[in-house]
Design a protein around this ligand. Structure first.
Ligand code: BES
Ligand code: ZN
Ligand code: ZN
Length: 462
């Protein structure tokens, strides 16, 4: 499915946004029939309410959408998308005058809200389409939405159709679409080329572990490297997850899907960067050959890791990928991963905790998050907790006992593998919406990509 605005405004039904404070004035401007119709339908401008106004023939003449108060709108985002979901199939255009920022939010939210995961549906669903509002760059918004759709499709696809080899196919297709160069290191070759932890985590699966690597853009440009956790399914390994926790783990490649969606946006918009994307793609499976609790793994960087829980696998595969990324000292290194349950306990599903030592980068990420409705919250690389990831017999512990500050200790673990990147940030994402919200139907959702696109497009802080 490709996100697209309606082609022409001919015959499009105008949508008027009616704030609750301006409701009385709006009502007065309506015909007697319109006033009755509003009363019959209990329309009062409440945020998200929709009133379809008919003409004398009983056809849609216009639509009023409740726009509530500023305070009510501040509680969420993409409100027009919430209303659009209730509209009959057809073409619509946004009436009235709006700031470019507000019109962009409405336009993007509309496209994001129209997403459906229809791969397994025999009949596609018809939708309400929006004419791109005046002053909004339609091609840019469509490119951003297309990146987000890619992320969602990848996350929503079950592992039966999205194991490591399928993720590789999607990765190569993305590279081909934009003329990027791609390379794959698979199976035993991971050992030959010194990615021992990616191999160890993925070796129990029949679908071999691999490292996917893509480069795009002029090498003279600012270098941006994106690393995404590509655990196509996380059983927990020998420390098997209970059923309820395992149930959603097809989404454990959410970091990979999100950096691929971001890469799609960067390449579609032709940003002047030298882009590299790295995805360790594995399945954390169970077999006689699986890695075990108590094992000590060697990493690409040379640090040894005591495995105290095979369910803390994401940091292991990311560590080898980050070490590789760091070897060429990129200007900006981004890591995205569905890394810990602890992140959800801390901030819930809709907010992304992120970590960076660079105050300028952190400030621009947080600001961009607000600007493009992609909310994020900075968390600390809390030095006093470094001791928690240092076990007795190896350099690092992959799963500190007690589980205190689980998202922070996971972030500290990853940071041990990054020394040379000029700027580094790690995002502990959730990758799904537990219930439908405006602009994000229940299921897979990209987090952080749109804010990062903004940061990268602005050349961020340095
Ligand atoms: N993939 C999970 C984290 C996760 C859980 C992401 C639920 C999204 C939703 C990760 O591999 C994991 O299991 N982490 C453990 C680490 C622990 C064993 C140190 C966790 O968070 O419980
Ligand atoms: Zn796990
Ligand atoms: Zn995992």
């Amino acid at each position: 499915m490709t996100p697209k605005f309606a082609k022409s405004s001919d015959g499009a039904v105008a949508i008027e946004l009616v704030e609750s404070g301006a409701f009385d004035a709006w009502l007065e401007s309506q015909s007697a029939a319109g006033q009755n119709w509003a009363a019959v339908n209990g329309f009062s401008g409440k945020l998200g309410d929709v009133l379809v106004l008919p003409n004398a023939d009983g056809q849609t003449s216009s639509v009023a959408v409740g726009w509530g108060s500023e305070q009510a709108r501040g509680r969420d985002r993409f409100h027009l998308a919430g209303a659009a979901a209730k509209l009959p199939v057809g073409d619509y255009c946004l009436g009235g005058t709006h700031s470019v920022r507000d019109a962009e939010e409405s336009a993007l939210g509309w496209l994001l809200g129209m997403y459906r995961f229809d791969r397994y549906k025999t009949k596609p669903t018809a939708k309400a389409n929006l004419v791109c509002p005046e002053g909004v760059n339609a091609a840019k918004i469509e490119a951003i939405a297309a990146g987000e759709y890619l992320t969602r499709d990848l996350i929503n696809t079950p592992t039966s159709d999205l194991g490591p080899s399928d993720l590789q196919a999607a990765f190569l297709a993305l590279a081909k679409q934009f003329g990027a160069k791609a390379n794959v290191i698979e199976g035993e070759a991971l050992l030959d080329q010194n990615f021992p932890m990616i191999h160890a985590v993925g070796r129990a699966s029949d679908n071999a572990p691999r490292l996917l690597d893509m480069r795009w853009g002029d090498a003279k440009n600012r270098s941006v490297t994106l690393v995404g956790k590509g655990v196509c399914f996380d059983t927990g390994g020998l420390n098997i997850k209970p059923g309820a926790s395992m149930g959603t783990m097809k989404k454990d490649m959410g970091g990979a899907a999100t950096v691929m969606g971001l890469a799609h946006m960067i390449m579609a918009l032709n940003l002047p960067v030298s882009l590299r994307v790295l995805v360790p793609a594995v399945e954390n499976s169970i077999s006689a050959g699986a890695f075990r609790p108590g094992d000590v793994l060697h990493s690409r960087k040379g640090l040894t890791v005591e495995i105290n829980n095979t369910d803390a696998e994401g940091r292991l595969v990311l560590a080898d990928a980050l070490a590789l990324a760091d070897e060429e000292s990129p200007d900006l290194l981004i890591c995205m991963a569905t890394l810990t349950g602890a992140a959800r306990v801390a901030v819930g599903p809709d907010l992304v905790p992120f970590y960076s030592d660079d105050d300028d980068l952190a400030a621009s990420v947080a600001q961009a998050g607000k600007d493009v409705c992609d909310p994020m919250w900075r968390m600390p690389f809390w030095e006093p907790y470094e001791a928690m990831i240092e076990p007795d017999i190896a350099d690092l512990d992959n799963a500190p006992k007690g589980g205190h500050a689980g998202s922070i200790t996971a972030a500290l673990f990853l940071r041990r593998f990054v020394e040379n990147a000029k700027q580094f940030a790690h995002f502990d994402i959730f990758g799904s919406a537990p219930v439908s919200k405006p602009g994000r139907p229940m299921g897979a959702v990209g987090q952080g990509a749109r804010a990062l696109l903004e940061v990268i497009a602005n050349g961020n802080s340095k």
